[in-house]
Write a new protein. Structure first.
Length: 186
């Protein structure tokens, strides 16, 4: 024991621990000399069998596995978020492209917008981020807002093992059609 400040600290390999081990060895030798079955009882007694021993390796392996799991989930969620944002950006760009392509109020209808959206989707290469990219719906509101709905299957990193078909995501992009060119009167 050692006094530090107002506290008493036990030093495991210090004087007290060595004295305790000597006393334990004497008790064991006397018990063995007087009783032949005492060796079985002393071997089964964890306190009498020696100092407490353990391994920290299972704890380290468990902590590393937990950190790897947390890192994997973080990477998968981030990948899914980025791919969904890329689809959202594509829907916004597509709606903006349609509003720039439409020149007259007569063109501002659903069928013309659908044709422009299909042409834009065929022209733009979405890359390997999306599988089964589809144009779900294109509509033009009476206030001349163009709405584009896209859907695709994404395959986030590390989740493709658990979900081989991918995850279905949708995106909605909109843009307002400005019919008059020139300064605004708002």
């Amino acid at each position: 024991m050692r006094r530090v400040g107002g506290l008493v600290m036990l030093i495991p390999n210090g004087l007290l621990a060595r004295a305790n081990m000597k006393i334990r060895a004497r008790v064991q030798s006397r018990a063995l000399a007087s009783d032949p079955l005492a060796s079985d009882r002393l071997a089964a007694d964890p306190v009498a069998s020696g100092p407490e021993e353990g391994s920290i390796a299972p704890l380290i392996v468990g902590m590393l596995a937990l950190l790897l799991l947390i890192g994997s989930v973080t990477v998968a969620i981030t990948g899914a978020y980025l791919q969904t944002q890329h689809l959202q950006d594509m829907a916004d760009a597509q709606a903006n492209s349609i509003t720039r392509t439409i020149r007259t109020p007569e063109e501002a209808n659903g069928s013309a917008a659908w044709e422009y959206a299909s042409a834009y989707l065929a022209e733009v290469q979405p890359g390997q981020d999306f599988h089964a990219l589809r144009l779900e719906n294109v509509s033009v509101d009476p206030d001349h807002s163009v709405h584009v709905y896209l859907s695709a299957r994404i395959r986030p990193p590390l989740l493709s093992i658990l979900v081989p078909d991918g995850i279905e995501v949708t995106a909605h992009g909109s843009s307002r059609l400005k019919m008059n060119q020139g300064p605004s009167t708002d």
